[in-house]
Design a protein around this ligand. Structure first.
Ligand code: ADP
Length: 352
């Protein structure tokens, strides 16, 4: 793997109060800096747990490309952060036996950034562009002929003496990843041959991910402990691995030598205020406000944001999606409503 450049917006990882959230699907600053996640990433398709439809589609495309001796078609992967888009790009490169060059769209500010990457690609290599919806216009325009005709149109000279020189590129595969497929321009989207959405993982898959990571970290867990972490990680492998590391910290400090059980997981994660459904303090503050101050709603987003002292757009894009997904919150034309399941969960938590 070659990390070419990384300039990822860190605000994604912050809670609405500016604090890091242990349940955030986006990588935290230290995870980005140290590439700490690399040790836990599955290396080949067989190790990649879940996303069976995606694996099947890519498995066939990889075999076909290898059979033809050709580069794989361009791939667009979309879905929430932490579900395995970067990992899948690296797995695909490994299966193809080529290098994966990794960059992030905001890092491609100047034309020479994307040009430098493209001209240095070896035949059939993968170029992974994270957050591709944030690609600067100029980089996007350079990519169109590169993706379609393996041609780079470079402007040489200035003013009236400038002319366009076409440079031939080797066959390559662009793998784009985004959390916001709808924000991609249609000419760019149309240039991907394979477009696939990654889904949240089910409990069984998450438990396998936790088990695999615990073996790699040499942290023995019993089945109850691994399912307890799986329940709290919001369907997201990155969060599962992060919670596992917090459990490991706790076990180390406690001098725990035995196999870790569910009660130790419970103790470790309640220190981080992560409850049995993966809700943290920020989620609960929102739900409790709805229940206790507004009789369950409906309440307008702006009113909620003002009452919580939060920014409305952060509330909408960072806090609400998971609560909507698990059915604790509903968006109605008259505002946000706490559902019966959401209310029951809060009441259960209050009893604990
Ligand atoms: P994304 O690019 O979608 O934000 P990543 O590919 O960086 O997510 O994945 C985050 C972490 O989750 C990785 O370090 C990896 O260890 C783990 N992970 C992701 N998908 C899987 C999977 N299918 N099986 C096992 N671990 C996974």
């Amino acid at each position: 793997m070659a990390i070419v450049s990384s300039n990822i917006d860190q605000s994604d990882s912050l809670s609405s109060k500016g604090k890091k959230r242990v349940v955030d699907g986006a990588p935290l600053a230290d995870e980005k800096r140290s590439f700490r996640e690399d040790g836990l990433r599955p290396k080949c398709l067989d190790d990649y747990i879940g996303q069976s439809a995606l694996k099947e589609v890519l498995g066939i495309a990889i075999q076909a490309a290898l059979g033809r001796g050709d580069a794989l078609d361009h791939v667009l992967l979309y879905g929430p952060p932490g579900l395995g888009k970067t990992t899948m790009a690296m797995v695909v490169a490994k299966e193809l036996g080529v290098k994966c060059r990794i960059t992030s769209a905001p890092a491609l500010e100047r034309p020479r950034d994307i040009v430098g990457l493209l001209v240095n690609l070896q035949p059939k290599e993968l170029l992974f562009v994270d957050e591709i919806h944030r690609l600067p216009r100029i980089a996007e325009e350079l990519l169109y002929p590169a993706m379609e005709d393996l041609r780079l149109d470079l402007t040489v000279g200035k003013g009236s003496s400038s002319r366009v020189r076409a440079l031939e590129l080797p066959p390559f595969t662009l793998v784009g990843a985004t959390t916001r497929a709808g924000a991609l321009s249609s000419p760019l989207r149309d240039r991907f041959g394979l477009i696939h959405r990654l889904d949240f993982y089910n409990l069984r898959e998450l438990q396998s991910i936790v088990r695999r990571a615990s073996e790699l970290l040499r942290l023995p867990l019993n089945d109850d402990a691994s399912i307890e972490i799986a329940r709290r990680c919001r369907g997201t492998p990155r969060v599962a691995n992060r919670l596992l590391r917090r459990v490991r910290d706790f076990a180390t400090v406690q001098g725990q030598k035995d196999v870790i059980d569910a009660s130790l997981v419970e103790e470790a994660l309640s220190l981080h205020c992560v409850d049995r459904r993966g809700l943290d303090a920020t989620d609960r503050r929102l739900l409790e406000l709805l229940m206790n101050s507004y009789g369950g709603g409906p309440v307008g987003l702006e009113t909620l944001a003002a009452a919580l002292g939060e920014d409305a757009s952060t509330l909408e894009s960072v806090v609400e999606p998971f609560l909507l997904q698990i059915g604790f919150l509903k968006r109605t034309p008259r505002g946000r409503v706490l559902t019966q399941v959401g209310k029951s969960h809060l009441q259960e938590q209050q009893k604990i």
